[in-house]
Each structure stands twice: as C-alpha cells, then as structure tokens.
Unconditional design. Structure first.
Length: 268
C-alpha cells in the first residue's frame, strides 16, 4: 500500500479528513523548504503538495506565480526539489509528498529518469497540470512500476464520461478543482462543491480532495464536510510573500494557520 493510500485509510478509520498544504519548493529560500515541511507536519498536516517551480504556469494565480518566480531566482530546479524530498525523508518516512508541476521539466529530465529519481527520493504522487489523461499513457507506464500515484484534476465543467475515465487512471486520490479559474480565486461555492464531490463518488472509491479557493478555517470546514481532503495553497503562500524576510516569524504564523485549519477540519 502506498503512503497516500495508507494515510487516507488511517484517516478514514479515525473519522478524520486530510489537510494537504501546497508550498512552492524553494520559496522564499531553498534552505527554508525542508524545515517548513517538518513544521507543517508537526502543526497537523497529513500530506504535502510540493510545487515544482516553473516559469510559465497555467493553473496558478498571481500569488503562486510569484512564489515560483522567487524560487527560480534561487535556481531551484526539479533536481533540487527531489533533493529536498530526499532530505525530508531522512527524518520523516510516513508523510506523503505529492509533487505538483508542469510537464516540461519532467520531459527535460526524461520520464524514466524522473520516475526512478522521484521514487528513490521518496515522492509518493505526481500531479502534472498540463498533461491530459488522454495523453498520459507513457507517463503512467513509468510511474506505476515505481509505485508513484498519478493525481489528476477534475474541473466543475468536466463531463461525466471524462470523470469516469480520469478515475480509471488515477490512484492515491482525485483532485477536484472547486472554482472556475486559477488558484487563489475567491469564487468558492460550497453547495456546488458538495454536489460535485457526490457526482465524482459515483465513479470511484478513491478519496476526493478539493482545492482552489479555500482560504480560511470557515471554508476548510465547509469543504471538509463533503471532501476527504482539503488542499490549501494560495492562502499559505500569501504569507510567504508577506513575511519572506522574517523566516522565524513566518514559521510561527504558518504553524498557527495550519493549526486553525486542522481544528476546523476536525470539527467537520
């Protein structure tokens, strides 16, 4: 059983929902990422979505775009991201780590080399935003022997037939994008989220995670009443931007925010 499957099984048995933060690797400083990952686990997260910096993101709003820009200024490459995961694994062999990014860096490294290196570093899942499931066969073929879960996005506009196809290819969990727009949108409609999550469940027994537009404890609690996992990105990364010159205070602020989200999800 993969770390992702194991973690969701443990949470289900405990009647709890997963809290998954998104952070961009290398933001605001490369040496900050691994201590941040450990601090987030201590504060109550269940898995970590680690963003691979990319110069031309399509799904990311301005907050996460700027985070990638800050990381790229420090020359944080895909190789360096894998080194960060490997360092994290020296102290934590249980928390799932999902890489979120775009296909170009993976293609530049080579599918086989990437899958081998990612598995060796301790990566559990990969969400590649810009590869549609219809074109993912080659990538899936190298992921599966290494036990890497492919994570796919489902949008509010995705048809039932395509949801079914995505769910047949995915493992670990499926990721529902809760808003029609990029990350950081404030157009969250929780009633629609609940309805869409139920629609997705008709096609899979995999856990359903929900992200995009979840900005605080109130929205996390509301989404957590329907979803198996709540994914929070821009609301966290915005704090990186505000406190990038004070890493000690930033760690404290992020830990407090995550603790608030954790408490809200446990209430859900």
């Amino acid at each position: 059983m993969s770390r992702i499957a194991q973690r969701f099984a443990e949470l289900k048995a405990a009647g709890r929902k997963a809290l998954i933060p998104f952070v961009a690797a290398g933001d605001p400083q490369p040496e900050f990422t691994v201590p941040l990952m450990h601090a987030m686990v201590k504060a109550g997260v269940d898995a970590i979505e680690l963003g691979v910096p990319f110069s031309d993101p399509m799904a990311d709003g301005p907050v996460i775009q700027r985070a990638s820009e800050r990381a790229l200024k420090h020359r944080v490459s895909l190789h360096k991201v894998l080194e960060m995961v490997r360092e994290f694994r020296q102290q934590d062999n249980n928390t799932p780590v999902i890489l979120m990014g775009y296909l170009n860096p993976v293609e530049a490294m080579g599918y086989d080399e990437f899958a081998t290196a990612a598995a060796a570093a301790g990566v559990d899942g990969v969400l590649t935003v810009d590869i549609p499931p219809e074109e993912a066969d080659e990538l899936l073929a190298v992921f599966r022997p290494h036990g890497i879960d492919p994570i796919f996005l489902i949008a509010p506009t995705t048809s039932d037939s395509r949801i079914e196809h995505i769910c047949q290819l995915a493992s670990g969990f499926v990721y529902y994008v809760s808003v029609r727009g990029v990350t950081g949108s404030d157009a969250l409609n929780t009633a629609e989220v609940h309805a869409q999550v139920e629609r997705i469940r008709r096609y899979t027994s995999l856990p359903v995670g929900v992200g995009f537009g979840i900005s605080d404890a109130v929205s996390a609690r509301a989404v957590g009443q329907a979803a198996d996992a709540v994914i929070v990105g821009s609301a966290l990364v915005r704090r990186f931007e505000e406190l990038q010159d004070d890493p000690v205070k930033l760690l404290a602020v992020l830990s407090d925010f995550i603790a608030e989200l954790r408490a809200a999800l446990d209430e859900a």
